[in-house]
Design a protein around this ligand. Structure first.
Ligand SMILES: [Zn+2]
Length: 49
């Protein structure tokens, strides 16, 4: 019997606001769109639109 834990996108929450709506799975960051805008400048994604 295998106890395999699979991480689904539904189970991934924003590490900042802990919301799972509008999640961005690119760049290996787990944040939602809102928070991404806030951290985008810090990460260097100034041209994100
Ligand atoms: Zn968020």
């Amino acid at each position: 019997m295998k106890a395999k834990k699979k991480v689904r996108k539904k189970d991934i929450y924003c590490k900042i606001c802990h919301n799972n709506k509008g999640m961005i799975h690119r760049y290996g960051i787990n944040v939602c769109r809102r928070c991404f805008k806030d951290i985008a400048e810090k990460l260097g994604f100034k041209k994100y639109s």
